[in-house]
Design a protein around this ligand. Structure first.
Ligand SMILES: Nc1nc2c(ncn2[C@@H]2O[C@H](COP(=O)(O)OP(=O)(O)OP(=O)(O)O)[C@@H](O)[C@H]2O)c(=O)[nH]1
Ligand SMILES: [Mg+2]
Length: 281
């Protein structure tokens, strides 16, 4: 089995920073990790990508092409589609070592995840190649500190979850930048409570009055799904990174093989006594 995190999220939400911090964290624990850059427009990273889409296609190739003439956004979508068409390249680059742990740094174009099919196709390819895949969606916590913003963030997360159908985790990034008051406000949203959220959607504005029912229904839907939850991440706090990785690793079943040590079973077989059972603990 191999393991993969697809790191996604809106532009500037902290994906590349996350990939760098998490790969460092995994290496500090003496485990190996591969980081794959899938952003054809990336310019510089704090990590060294083992595989880099820019070696296959660069955003400039799509934008400067005389026939294609793409702008930056169309160009990005084109590059991702090109990657899927050239999947053998990615397969070769990834190799076929068992137990590999791969972190994919994706571009920050949200439509790639919310409704387009390319990231879903990528996930399916990885699954066919023996990866346990999960999606890690980063959302900048600064954009989640009031009710209406939180509802839109939640809706975006829900679209991604429904579109990709992968084990999924939503991460609130950049927690170190929040003020104490903002942090307190956010805490009340971590276990979404529709009433608390809607009390922030002002009913005294024209929009608020006109769409009160719609807001109520959206709140109800978020609650009914009870799927969309957020894990705060402070990238400057090693414990915060480690807690999050533990949750993710459980989702993709990483480390489960290591937990079941055959030697313990051997010992139980040989000496199936209460004493033997104790040594298993
Ligand atoms: N203080 C703080 N800054 C952060 C954090 N994560 C990212 N940043 C900063 O936010 C900016 C964008 O971070 P990136 O990691 O490049 O974000 P990205 O999602 O990869 O951006 P795109 O690839 O352009 O979509 C950089 O200036 C980072 O230094 C964080 O947890 N805390
Ligand atoms: Mg990036």
């Amino acid at each position: 089995m191999r393991y993969a995190q697809l790191v996604m999220g809106p532009a500037g939400s902290g994906k590349s920073t996350y990939c760098s911090a998490v790969s460092q964290h995994i290496e500090n624990e003496k485990n190996s990790v591969i980081v794959v850059n899938l952003d054809p427009a990336a310019e510089h990273f704090e990590y060294t990508p083992t595989v880099d889409i820019r070696e296959l296609i660069h955003i400039d190739d799509a934008m400067e092409d005389e026939l294609l003439h793409f702008g930056p956004n169309g160009g990005l979508v084109f590059c991702m589609e090109y990657l899927i068409e050239n999947q053998e390249w990615l397969k070769d680059q990834l190799g076929d070592d068992d137990d590999d742990y791969v972190i994919f740094d994706l571009p920050g174009q949200i439509e790639l995840y919310t409704h387009m099919k390319t990231v879903k196709q990528l996930a399916e390819l990885l699954q066919n190649w023996g990866f346990n895949v999960c999606s890690v969606m980063l959302i900048d916590s600064q954009f989640m500190v009031d009710g209406p913003k939180f509802i839109s963030g939640t809706m975006a997360a829900l679209s991604v979850m429904i579109n990709l159908e992968l084990p999924h985790i939503n991460v609130l990034s950049k927690m170190d930048l929040l003020s104490k008051t903002a942090r307190k406000h956010l805490d009340s949203y971590l276990e979404p409570d529709t009433r608390a959220l809607l009390s922030d959607v002002k009913n005294n504005t024209t929009w608020g009055k006109k769409y009160r029912h719609l807001s109520n229904r959206i709140g109800q839907m978020i609650e009914d799904y009870s799927l969309v939850q957020f894990v705060p991440l402070n990238i400057k706090d090693e414990n915060s990174i480690s807690d999050l990785q533990l949750t993710i690793n459980t989702m993709i079943q990483y480390g489960e093989d290591q937990d079941v040590r055959m030697t313990d079973f051997d010992q139980l077989d040989e000496d199936d006594t209460a004493e033997g059972a104790e040594s298993y603990d």
